[in-house]
Design a protein. Structure first.
Lengths: 66, 285
């Protein structure tokens, strides 16, 4: 695996984690756990946007692997 | 009328009356009854017994006696609820047997408890050494309540300083293959959600004997067909594992890259993800 595809895999995992967290937040009827899931989802989405930039950058650097 | 018809009629009437009287007298367990309630219960039963088997007796006398034996305990109970001093009088006070780890011999004597009785009561509470007890009190109902010394109490999450996710009561959402709508609504979920979850597990509603949902919307089911293996809910552990893996990946990328700027970005995000995991991991266990 190239670095680009590794970062892409990680990006996908982060995306799936964010979605799961949001789903859990919506499903929990207890205020505290709702809050915790929501806050975590926000942090994860920040990480996600950083990683997204990196994915785009890497695919520009190594266009032959796209 | 033949006697046997009278007996059947009387029995039916008295059973109904007795049923309602005991219902109104409250839900206390036999073991919680004080001696007065206990006796009045027996007397009520006795009156019913006498009047059912005797066709000659006048049923109205029976009903009058029953109402007296019902009304007085009922009134006593009612007043005890309102007044503390009356309650002390009717139900008695509790007696301290062990205080600050020392046995109160005078109180033991006063209640007619021998040392053996005390040890037996302590053993009932899983205490075999009297010196393990900080405080023990004999309740009016005759049970001994024991507070062990702090070092002899079971370890709790609080002692360990553990943070735990709050837990609410789970709701039964399917019973005997039928969907219960009210508990579902309590969880602010609907039947569509339930069908989706069951589809994920590949089972049909008719086959579900009991299904419960917890406060995070995780569904656990028991099927009529015990040969089918039901998957355990894996959503939360899977999510935690994914988060941990991503964090490890980010650290790895940070080590692998030579570009200083990118390295910092990876490190920053890895740190962020770590705080996120710390924040949420209690809820994912």
């Amino acid at each position: 695996m190239t670095v680009g595809s590794q970062v892409k895999t990680c990006f996908a995992s982060v995306k799936s984690a964010e979605a799961s967290l949001q789903m859990l937040a919506e499903k929990s009827y207890d205020q505290k756990s709702y809050q915790a899931f929501k806050e975590t989802a926000v942090i994860i989405s920040e990480i996600k946007s950083d990683l997204q930039k990196q994915v785009i950058l890497l695919s520009k650097e190594e266009p032959q692997y796209n | 009328m033949p006697d046997w018809v009278i007996i059947i009629g009387k029995s039916l009437l008295l059973i109904t009356v007795l049923f309602f009287l005991t219902k109104w007298l409250g839900k206390k367990q036999i073991s919680q009854l004080n001696i007065f309630e206990y006796i009045s219960g027996i007397v009520l039963g006795g009156i019913v017994a006498i009047h059912t088997i005797d066709p000659e007796s006048n049923i109205f006398y029976g009903l009058i006696a029953m109402s007296v034996w019902f009304l007085i305990p009922f009134a006593v109970e009612f007043i005890s609820l309102k007044s503390k001093s009356f309650r002390n009088f009717t139900e008695g006070k509790s007696t301290v047997f062990i205080q600050d780890g020392k046995i109160m011999e005078d109180n033991l004597k006063k209640e007619g408890y021998s040392t053996d009785d005390l040890l037996e009561k302590l053993r009932d509470n899983n205490v075999f050494l009297a010196s393990d007890v900080e405080f023990a009190v004999l309740e009016p109902s005759g049970t001994l309540s024991v507070l062990p010394k702090k070092e002899n109490q079971p370890l709790t999450a609080k002692d360990l300083g553990l943070k735990l996710a709050p837990q609410k009561e789970p709701q039964a959402v399917i019973m005997d293959g039928k969907v219960l709508l009210e508990p579902l609504a309590n969880l602010s979920l609907n039947t569509n959600w339930l069908e989706t979850e069951l589809d994920k597990m590949n089972v049909s509603i008719e086959n579900v004997f009991l299904a419960q949902a917890d406060n995070n919307g995780q569904l656990t089911v028991d099927l009529y067909d015990d040969k089918i293996a039901v998957p355990e809910p894996t959503e939360k552990p899977l999510l935690l594992a994914t988060l941990k893996k991503c964090q490890a990946d980010l650290e790895l990328f940070a080590l692998a890259t030579n570009n200083e700027e990118t390295k910092q970005m990876y490190e920053k995000n890895s740190q962020k993800l770590k705080t996120a995991i710390d924040l949420v991991q209690f809820y994912l266990k």
